[in-house]
Design a protein around this ligand. Structure first.
Ligand SMILES: Nc1ncnc2c1ncn2[C@@H]1O[C@H](COP(=O)(O)OP(=O)(O)OP(=O)(O)O)[C@@H](O)[C@H]1O
Length: 548
């Protein structure tokens, strides 16, 4: 509706030429000029409001997708096994928001006005109308051609871009290995190759779009002159006035401007459209259905029945036919050689990976029957690589809670035997961990992760080799924490190679090659199936290994 205001220019021109110059009336000229200033001022205000509206729409879009995008990023990380493509949704949101706040949508909004200006051209004179209509049609065809040729190109550019990003991310993570083993030469060469592919794809896209933009501009200038020429012809034959001739030239410009603007913003439009499609599919893939009914906190049992497990998206199983059950107060030592499936079992118990067959049940319900946010506080997990969030020690122990409980934080730290160590840090519990966690040693990180797992005394503790980096003091604290958890009625599942850790468990599960070799009371299983390895020559820790 507001676009009608852009008619002010042509109407002014028409009136000045046909009325003011004929009547030589300065008063009319002043009145017309004031009206024109008013129309342009209103147009400026409307443009500002429209711009703000688009920013507002972009903001609302952003606000609504942020949480699903965050959750989907986590879901995709699990599905795609930590690949950097899990970050694609947030990049897509940024691309869509940038497009919404740019000049592209304005061109799209103005596009429906193009036919109205064309009709006005016809009203001035059919010849002018036809020239404008044919010109608009040609420009429209150019836009379609641009769409078709650029449709496939950004795909390859995006694929190369993703590959390039993944490569850089992996090099960043492995920086120390790269420096230590002098890998930078070979990796730089690979990076250069991947970069060249990406740039070549981008150049192809830019060249195509630029070509179409230049063609459009030249066509528009030609059409403007054609309209002026046709207008002059009609003026000579006294079919239209000279004011109408100039006004129609302006009208033509107005009719074609949105088409040209859409073509100029084509790449952004295509990019935003693809980002939106990709975002929708990533959100659908990465999000989990959260159950609506909330179950009571688990307190009694963990049952694993005929469990078969494969990595997400795969059907080749890593674990098969695992069966055991535990009751409150039990501690299970999961033992077996490297690669036997201990970590994989931890992922199943925690509901990170879903069973291909069989089930894991806490008090009779599978983990996905709980809202993860509600089940989380009843579960403690120390993963093999104890990753710490870039936040304070207290925030880490309180599981990044927005309402941390100081008493519970200190209690968990004491239980993990890390309280004194934290107090010795310059800012104590408020010491900030950076992204690299370099302020703490591997063993200290493991104890911090244990404190996080113990926060608020969860029912199920899954500790995946939590002692792999611990010194004697750390191991004593760990064993004490397991003992305390058992006596308060928790269930502890401990993946370990260490005899001392097995000794505090009452049950043992022996895995080998993804299969359950034995499960039962500790002494019974150890007597039947295991031999205790001697301390290794280098003075390494005792290990428990499966008998041949
Ligand atoms: N994300 C994955 N995708 C495909 N295979 C996997 C994945 N994670 C683990 N595996 C495979 O599953 C098998 C069991 O691995 P898992 O990490 O569970 O062993 P583990 O007993 O914990 O070993 P370790 O004692 O060395 O930690 C291995 O053969 C491993 O290659």
């Amino acid at each position: 509706m507001f676009n009608v205001l852009v008619l002010a220019g042509p109407i002014y021109m028409l009136q000045v030429y046909d009325r003011v110059l004929e009547s030589r009336s300065v008063a009319t000229l002043v009145a017309l000029s004031l009206a024109l200033v008013g129309a342009y001022a209103l147009q400026a205000v409307i443009d500002i409001v429209r711009g703000r509206l688009l920013i507002l729409i972009a903001g609302v879009f952003d606000k609504n997708v942020q949480q699903p995008v965050h959750d989907a990023t986590i879901g995709l990380s699990i599905l795609d096994r930590g690949s950097a493509s899990a970050l694609q949704p947030i990049r897509d949101v940024d691309a869509i928001r940038a497009f919404l706040m740019g000049s592209g949508p304005v061109g799209l909004m103005d596009l429906p006005w193009a036919p109205i200006f064309l009709v006005l051209c016809f009203l001035i004179h059919p010849l002018i109308g036809w020239i404008a209509a044919v010109g608009a049609l040609i420009l429209f065809c150019v836009a379609l051609l641009a769409e078709r040729s650029s449709r496939t190109q950004p795909h390859s550019a995006i694929r190369d871009g993703r590959l390039r990003y993944t490569m850089l991310e992996s090099n960043r993570r492995n920086a120390e290995t790269i420096v230590a083993m002098g890998l930078s030469g070979a990796l730089a060469e690979r990076w250069e190759r991947s970069n060249a592919d990406h740039l070549a794809a981008q150049h192809r896209t830019s060249a195509t779009i630029n070509g179409y933009t230049s063609l459009t501009r030249a066509l528009r200038l030609l059409l403007q002159s054609a309209i002026l020429g046709a207008g002059a012809y009609l003026v000579i034959h006294r079919d239209v006035t000279s004011g109408a001739m100039l006004a129609s030239s302006i009208m033509m410009t107005r009719a074609l401007a949105p088409i040209e603007q859409v073509i100029a913003n084509w790449r952004g439009l295509i990019g935003a459209r693809e980002a939106l499609q990709r975002l929708a599919s990533d959100l659908a893939r990465g999000s989990r259905l959260v159950p609506q009914t909330s179950l009571a906190a688990p307190k009694h049992t963990v049952e694993v029945s005929h469990l078969v497990l494969a990595p997400p998206g795969s059907r080749s199983s890593i674990l098969s036919d695992i069966n055991f059950s535990l009751v409150a107060g039990d501690a299970l030592a999961v033992i077996g050689p490297s690669g036997s499936g201990k970590t994989t079992l931890a992922k199943a118990l925690l509901g990170i990976w879903h069973p291909l067959a069989g089930s894991v049940r806490l008090d009779g319900a599978t983990p996905d029957q709980w809202d993860p946010v509600r089940l989380g506080p009843h579960v403690g997990y120390v993963p093999q690589s104890a990753d710490i969030f870039p936040a304070s020690i207290a925030e880490n122990i309180s599981r990044m809670s927005l309402e941390p409980d100081s008493d519970a934080i200190v209690k968990a730290a004491k239980a993990a035997g890390i309280h004194q160590l934290i107090l010795r840090l310059p800012s104590g519990y408020d010491s900030q961990m950076d992204e690299t966690n370099s302020a703490l040693s591997a063993g200290q990180r493991q104890r911090l992760a244990l404190a996080r797992a113990l926060y608020k005394d969860p029912f199920l503790l899954v500790l995946d080799e939590p002692n792999s980096n611990l010194d004697g003091e750390g191991e004593v604290a760990l064993l004490e924490a397991v003992r305390a958890a058992r006596s308060r009625g928790a269930i502890v599942v401990l993946m370990t190679h260490r005899p001392a850790a097995v000794a505090i468990c009452n049950k043992v599960l022996l895995l080998a090659g993804g299969k359950q070799r034995a499960f039962g009371e500790r002494d019974e299983i150890l007597g039947k199936n295991l031999r205790q390895a001697r301390p290794r020559a280098a003075g390494g820790p005792n290990r428990i290994e499966a008998a041949e």
